[in-house]
Design a protein around this ligand. Structure first.
Ligand SMILES: C[S@@+](CC[C@H](N)C(=O)[O-])C[C@H]1O[C@@H](n2cnc3c(N)ncnc32)[C@H](O)[C@@H]1O
Length: 285
């Protein structure tokens, strides 16, 4: 039975219609978003979830308008049932990721995107993952394409520690190179080395775009550029992000040949707001 079904049995009234139906299961932790109107029902919600998933150790909520850490992108999380410790092991695409959900960004909703990118990587590629968190994109790429090398950068010291541990857990040492630092400084050190640059920080990726282009090899390469787009599904959600990219590239480099190889809506993040990705092939000569 689903969550609404279980709840109907224990709580009357229309409140249940206000329930956000989706929730994330990350390792042995469930994270659910709760509207303020349902705050008083959180124990009933936790009981119902526990009935459906008796093996979870923690059930936690993220408020609907949760504070997000500006730099590390972690969200405010409150445990409503079980263990307060939010460290867990999550399995995804044949890999295992250790994360602490209080200190490191992690979303299982990016599972498809991680595999989509990994499938594009050709043997021998050098990749820079500029905003790598606990290393999930980097490690999945390394597993899917053993003949690749991935520089994996994050500014959050917790993310860096988990990334190092995850690299060891998944036996990709030497192939994934964890780097603790700000992408703007680290990209400068990696000028001209990459066949592919990943920029999974939709809110701010645009400001790192010139450095990402410089990090590509002399002949050019591919940039996976993430952005936030406002509009309607079914409308052209890629138009504004693409105009932004073109404006940044032309004001920095003048004319550079660039084509969009692929584009995708990742998810809705607020009413009429979406995370999108553009796969850009950039020719530098
Ligand atoms: C949305 S998360 C992406 C996480 C990761 N790609 C994943 O698959 O789980 C963005 C990450 O970028 C990092 N970050 C934000 N600003 C940064 C910067 N200037 N330099 C390096 N990392 C940064 C944050 O610490 C966070 O871990």
């Amino acid at each position: 039975m689903n969550l609404k079904g279980v709840l109907k049995g224990v709580s009357g009234g229309n409140e249940i219609n206000k329930l956000i139906k989706s929730y994330d299961i990350i390792g042995d932790i469930i994270i659910i978003r709760i509207r303020p109107e349902l705050e008083s029902k959180k124990d009933i919600i936790a009981e119902a979830l526990h009935k459906i998933y008796p093996r979870v150790k923690t059930i936690a909520t993220v408020p609907l308008y949760a504070h997000t850490h500006e730099l590390y992108r972690t969200r405010e999380v409150h445990v409503i049932w079980g263990d307060e410790n939010l460290e867990t092991m999550h399995r995804e695409s044949g890999c295992i990721f250790k994360v602490d959900l209080r200190h490191v960004f992690f979303s299982p909703r990016l599972a498809y995107e991680r595999v989509r990118i990994a499938r594009k990587v050709a043997p021998g590629e050098t990749i820079i993952n500029t905003f790598s968190g606990a290393g999930c994109f980097s490690i999945i790429i390394a597993k899917f394409q053993p003949q690749s090398r991935i520089y994996s950068i994050d500014v959050n010291p917790y993310a860096y520690e988990y990334m190092k541990e995850n690299v060891a857990l998944n036996r990709v040492e030497g192939q994934v190179i964890p780097i603790l630092g700000d992408a703007s400084e680290e990209l400068r050190k990696l000028e001209g080395v990459a066949d592919r640059v990943l920029m999974p920080l939709p809110e701010h990726a645009y400001s790192f775009l010139p450095l990402a282009v410089r990090a590509l090899k002399r002949g050019g390469g591919v940039i996976h550029y993430y952005d936030v787009s406002a509009g309607k599904r079914g409308g052209d959600l890629f138009k504004v992000p693409l105009e932004r990219v073109r404006a940044i590239i032309s004001s920095t480099f003048g004319s550079l040949r660039m084509e969009v190889e692929d584009s995708r809506i990742l998810r809705s993040v607020a009413p009429r707001k979406y995370h999108v990705v553009l796969d850009l092939r950039v020719a530098k000569r």
